[in-house]
Design a protein around this ligand. Structure first.
Ligand code: ADP
Length: 322
């Protein structure tokens, strides 16, 4: 459905994209992950025809975006980081305006009502956009991308600035849309793309670092899990016993004393779940475990992990042969 090959974009002397290649199949949700400044928006803006590339090619459904921009744009629904909303229009007026802009041929009323239903905006369709909350505005932004029923949907950081409840709603909506569309979703937060994407493309400094199925990225990241554990017992002795628990590779004291318990940071050996051993070792000595929490990896740690496991290197070699 989407083929991006060897995309290069220079802003003066800055190489924002340095030979990006990846593809997305029909009804696939791709997570486009990278830290701020990695080149995600630049790449998405080129893919949607908003920006020209220095070199390289993007095809959507077999058509080159630079050769047939109008046709290709009809196949893409885009939610930029700052959605282009008009506050003085009602939700319905705005979607109707986008309908005209895109020259859509479906029955207007029926098509827009369907979109309002999917995005759960039917109840606010007569409200002025400027009076809506941020979460609703974001859904209006997603709704405008759906006008014309494009095959490909591209969302640039769709959950930035939303509260946790709104984030879950937008994630669920994206999952639903992925059943009918090819979706590309950019984010700088691993858990964000992990929860919805089938595949994750990791970009850093304008280059693709990894392009793998979400489960294999999650496995690579979780292989040596890190926990924060609070244990009630004498610190020195607890620490000594923790070091001896089968499967524990690293222990340190983390945080202040809280009554008679202390918090420890523990890392487990690659792929080994040491939690049962930990429980038994503490139970044997009557030192209760007050809490046990998994610490999630940061994006920087993910980069290191992927490089360590060879996933990223594999990708770079593959990229180099293109
Ligand atoms: P991301 O979306 O991953 O945060 P961007 O694509 O916005 O990354 O930016 C990639 C790099 O290109 C950054 O170093 C950014 O400062 C630079 N950049 C983006 N847009 C422009 C522009 N219009 N002119 C000059 N530099 C730009």
């Amino acid at each position: 459905m989407i083929e991006v090959s060897n995309l290069v974009k220079a802003y003066g002397s800055l190489l924002a994209l340095d030979g990006i290649s990846f593809s997305a199949g029909e009804r696939e949700i791709i997570g486009f992950l990278g830290p701020n400044g990695a080149g995600k928006s630049t790449c998405l803006n080129i893919m949607t025809g908003y920006l020209s590339s220095t070199s390289g090619k993007v095809t959507i459904d077999g058509e080159d975006i630079s050769e047939k921009p109008e046709l290709v744009k009809k196949n893409i629904g885009f939610l930029p980081e700052q959605p282009p909303l008009y506050g003085d229009m009602t939700v319905f007026e705005y979607l109707s305006f986008v309908y005209d802009l895109k020259g859509v041929k479906f029955n207007r009323e029926k098509h827009l009502e369907e979109i309002l239903k999917v995005t759960r905006l039917s109840d606010v369709k007569k409200r002025l956009i400027k009076h809506l909350s941020k979460g609703y505005k974001q859904r209006v932004g997603i709704a405008q991308a759906l006008v014309g029923n494009p095959k490909v949907l591209i969302f640039d950081e769709p959950t930035v600035g939303l509260d946790p409840k709104q984030i879950i709603e937008v994630r669920n909506l994206i999952r639903t849309l992925g059943r009918e569309h090819t979706v590309i979703l950019s984010s700088h937060i691993l858990s964000e793309v992990q929860s919805v994407a089938d595949r994750i493309v990791i970009i850093n400094e304008g280059k693709i670092l990894a392009d793998e199925r979400t489960d294999s990225i999650s496995r690579a990241v979780n292989e040596s899990a890190r926990y924060s554990v609070k244990i009630c017992g004498p610190q020195k002795e607890v620490l000594a016993v923790l070091k001896e628990v089968n499967g524990v590779s690293y222990v340190e004291i983390a945080g202040e004393r809280e009554k008679d318990s202390f918090t420890y940071r523990i890392e487990s050996e690659n792929g080994y779940d040491m939690r049962k051993n930990l429980f038994m070792a503490m139970a044997e000595r009557a030192w209760p475990i007050i809490s046990l929490e998994t610490e999630s990896a940061s994006l920087e740690e993910v980069f290191i992990k992927l490089t360590d496991t060879g996933l990223a290197e594999k990708k770079q070699r593959r990229g180099g042969r293109r």
